[in-house]
Design a protein around this ligand. Structure first.
Ligand code: HEM
Length: 146
């Protein structure tokens, strides 16, 4: 198993980063749709259109991309020295990003059922969290500061 991963390491890392880009695109766009959705009347044409966009973004892009990030990431992890500090820091932040993904899925269900009670400001703040996590994760994995 390790020999196979080492032989294909650059390809696995490339697929890992491609999946990261797709996942991050969704994590940054979905809260933005929620901000617009807060000003749409339940049952209106705009609200129904946003429901379809949110559902497709989550199910067709974010869920598969998150799965691919984890599968290729764990394959890369398999051949790493696990005592490296940057790796511990990165995994902690990635777990936080995954938790946020699941919160967004919960918020999407609330909009789909016309039972959202959070204000647009809440989703504007939520929109910043993936950006901050991305910056910290990329610095940890490329600079490896500790
Ligand atoms: C889901 C769990 C994840 C695991 C287990 C994981 C693990 C890894 C490992 C072991 C490497 C190889 C490091 C190297 O060869 O130097 C790597 C590369 C990388 N990871 Fe992840 N990762 C995960 C998620 C993420 C996420 C969420 C991001 C960004 C938001 C990310 C961004 C990157 C980048 C940019 C690289 C390439 C680094 C380089 O070429 O030096 N990873 N990842």
């Amino acid at each position: 198993m390790s020999d196979l991963i080492v032989a294909w390491y650059p390809w696995i890392k490339a697929l890992h980063v491609i999946a990261v880009v797709a996942w991050m695109a969704g994590l940054l766009y979905l809260p933005r749709l929620f901000v617009y959705h807060c000003s749409a009347q339940p049952g209106s044409e705009l609200s129904e259109t946003l429901k379809a966009m949110e559902r497709r973004l989550l199910r067709a892009i974010m869920n598969p991309a998150m799965g691919a990030v984890w599968i290729f990431g764990l394959a890369l992890l398999w051949v790493q020295d696990w005592s490296q500090g940057w790796l511990h820091g990165k995994l902690a932040l990635v777990v936080a990003l995954t938790w946020l993904h699941h919160r967004m899925a919960r918020w999407r269900k609330d909009f789909a059922a016309d039972r959202n009670t959070r204000p647009a400001k809440f989703y504007r703040i939520a929109n910043e969290i993936p950006t901050l996590l991305l910056i910290a994760i990329v610095i940890l994995v490329i600079v490896k500061p500790f």
